[in-house]
Design a protein around this ligand. Structure first.
Ligand code: SF4
Length: 93
């Protein structure tokens, strides 16, 4: 049973699109800052013991060493010495 060329092209396009969209989604989320309000995660501008944003897997460093960064989850500027209830220590740090 053979498929008509048009149907084959449609199926081929769907396969290619399904392969590309997850890659685009990952690329977009890799550098995107979060949107969760600080008040929802009990954010504080001071560390919680040794736990602080600079050691969290969700932290995205700022342009220079001491500049505030951003967070993959929480909205706004995030100083390295802040902390919230979503803290998760990055490995090797
Ligand atoms: S501790 Fe909270 S605000 Fe800080 S980087 Fe981690 S998830 Fe983001």
């Amino acid at each position: 049973m053979s498929q008509c060329p048009t149907r084959r092209r449609v199926i081929s396009g769907m396969v290619k699109a399904s392969a590309v969209f997850p890659i685009l989604a990952l690329a977009g989320s890799a550098a995107a800052a979060g949107t969760t309000p600080k008040s929802d995660v009990k954010y504080q501008f001071t560390p919680n013991g040794e736990a602080h944003c600079g050691a969290c897997v969700s932290f995205i460093p700022g342009e220079s060493g001491g500049a505030p960064g951003t967070c993959k989850v929480v909205a706004g500027a995030i100083p390295q010495n802040g902390w919230c209830v979503l803290f998760s220590k990055k490995s090797g740090g």
